[in-house]
Design a protein around this ligand. Structure first.
Ligand code: SF4
Length: 359
């Protein structure tokens, strides 16, 4: 698949034309400054809608492009980092290995903002072990799964997120139990878990902004229909099925630190949660009994929604108190990448002393 993807990774640069009246963010950049190359995905693919939401989110957050690290594995979803913020860092790794490459990058330079884009195939089969351990380490990153239930790049085989009874274009229905990344992440201890739909940009943009601002591992599972191989009647990841069965458990607004909270909410129906950087998420509960700060409540609500055949969207769980990988391992404040070699390498004598202390 790697060689196949290399051929398809060839890209076409977008013309540099920008209207002078386009809105600017705090850095003086317009949304056009956050675009990437022209997408080579199939017209109508949900992944392109997610790319548009990502561009809007990083533009609104005012992220300096060179402070962004875009990470991916293999699959149609993993091609998408080429289509946003072309002036940033990027690493298109091998199948299922995006989490370990991101862990290495983050260990060396914790100042960068990491957005990993993966798919259900990349994360839930070959990359399942890495997915589990990056959650366990609470790596500070925004991890997006563009979830369509099939391997689009290799012509539509069922992936591990395909629901029982879901059909392909041809052949028998899927009989194997799906792996739900959201329930899995709750069980593994993820500290920010949300689900969205590529067709709902209004909901998606604040969820992405909060995922980027959260300090720790933020999972965004986004149902993203594959129009070429999995958008027919009988598929449970099609546009029609998702629109019919998806249910917002919570509506969320992202409020940056310097902005007043104008979203109206009544006590008992909505609540603001402060994120690590001082920004806030304001939740309006659609389901009045839902509490996104309780792991147990989130898990049991998700199980009951699966039994009811509903696709629950919104921010499902958040924990702003847990330390990220660097807090847990007691790293120095300065990113290792910015520490001079002489300091990083204390010399043979010091090393021998350290080793001696373990004997
Ligand atoms: Fe998107 Fe499916 Fe086409 Fe891949 S094959 S680009 S997932 S529509």
């Amino acid at each position: 698949p790697g060689a196949y993807q290399d051929i398809r990774m060839s890209y076409i640069a977008k013309p540099k034309v920008s209207h002078p009246k386009l809105p600017r963010n705090a850095l003086g950049l317009s949304v056009r400054d956050y675009e990437g190359s022209v997408s080579t995905l199939c017209a109508g693919c949900g992944h392109d809608s997610i790319t548009a939401a990502l561009i809007q989110a990083v533009f609104e957050l005012g992220i300096e492009p060179h402070m962004l690290g875009k990470m991916s594995g293999i699959g149609c979803s993993s091609k998408t980092p080429a289509y946003f913020v072309s002036q940033s860092h990027g690493f298109n790794s091998v199948h299922g290995r995006m989490p370990s490459v991101t862990t290495g990058a983050n260990a060396a330079n914790k100042d960068l903002i990491y957005i990993g884009v993966s798919g259900d195939g990349d994360s839930l089969s070959i990359g399942m072990g890495q997915f589990a351990h990056v959650i366990r380490r609470n790596l500070n990153m925004c991890y997006i799964i563009e979830n369509n239930g099939v391997y689009g790049l290799t012509k539509g085989q069922y992936s591990a997120s395909a629901d029982v009874g879901s059909t392909a274009k041809k052949g028998p229905a899927n009989r194997q139990m799906p792996i739900d990344p959201v329930s899995t992440a709750i069980g593994l201890g993820a500290t920010y878990i949300a689900r969205g739909f590529s067709g709902d940009k209004k909901q998606l943009v604040p969820l992405i902004k909060a995922a980027i601002s959260h300090k720790g591992f933020a999972l965004l599972d986004i149902i993203s229909p594959c129009v070429t191989f999995n958008d027919h009647q009988g598929s449970t990841k099609s546009y029609a099925h998702t629109r019919e069965f998806y249910h917002h458990v919570i509506d969320a607004d992202f409020v940056p630190p310097a902005k007043e909270i104008l979203a109206s909410y009544e006590e008992g129906e909505a609540m603001p949660i402060e994120l690590h950087d001082g920004s806030k998420m304001v939740f309006r509960k659609v389901d009045k009994n839902y509490d996104p700060t309780s792991r147990e409540a989130a898990f049991s609500f998700l199980r009951s929604s699966v039994r009811a055949g509903e696709i629950i969207t919104g921010l499902l769980y958040i924990d702003e108190e847990a330390g990220d990988m660097h807090d847990l391992s007691g790293s120095v404040d300065r990113p290792l990448a910015k520490i001079p070699y002489e300091e990083l390498n204390p010399g043979k004598a010091t090393l021998a002393k350290v080793m001696g202390s373990y004997r």
